[in-house]
Write a protein that binds this ligand. Sequence first.
Ligand SMILES: [Zn+2]
Length: 268
Amino acid sequence: MMMYFKKIILAATCMIPIQLLFAQLPQDSRRAGGIAVIPLSTGITQVSYEGKAVLISKENEQPYAVFGIPLSAQVGTLTLNTNKNPIQIEIKPYRYAEQRLNVKNKDYVNPNQEQLDRYAREAKEQNDIYSSFSQSSWTQFPNFIRPTSGKFSNSFGRKRFFNGEERAPHSGLDIPAPIGQKVVAPADGLVVGTGNYFFNGNTVLIDHGQGLISIFCHLSKINVEKGQHITQGEVLGLVGKTGRVTGPHLHWGMSLNNVRVDPQLFLK
Ligand SMILES: [Zn+2]
């Protein structure tokens, strides 16, 4: 369907480079932890997955659903509901690598009760943000830039073992960088959360609209406040090594419809 649609568009506007046609939308990658960019037929104005609203964006007058595929999604058919007929998409197989890390501070591997309670409070706070769905100020999907310079470790989705014990898969990607390097907003948005979290260290969360949320962790300094509007390229904080880390880096996460997806899919 996607290929078919692209072919029609390309045939109709063959003099315009492809980058201009699909400059803003994230890459379509139908795997667990990926994103499905689904052209919507006439009359579909609402899309949801398991009761949660899915982002809708326009590109050259064509509306698309931009759906975050859960890391737990099984290979095979997945169904989205709409205000008209349901949409079925095919989830393709994909194998994430394993990562074995050694953390010196054992509290980060086996937290005590007080730390677990703290983590539960923080997880709820973050989940409330991830599951929110604000109106977007844009109709065309925002263009994203890199939040900091440095080589991306291709680490999203990795199964992780801390000191040999299996923990949750990696929900973002890590960019190793020196302490104090600037971290900027990859797109315009509203700062919806800041704080010092047990695992994530000093953290900033930005709402870009329609359930599209970005998170920046392990900062040495936070430069913004909750409730503040931030524009693309504005400094939100500095790289650090706070929380559960093995060295200084930025952890950058992206969430769509309360599902953590691979941030690299937002960059061209
Ligand atoms: Zn990370």
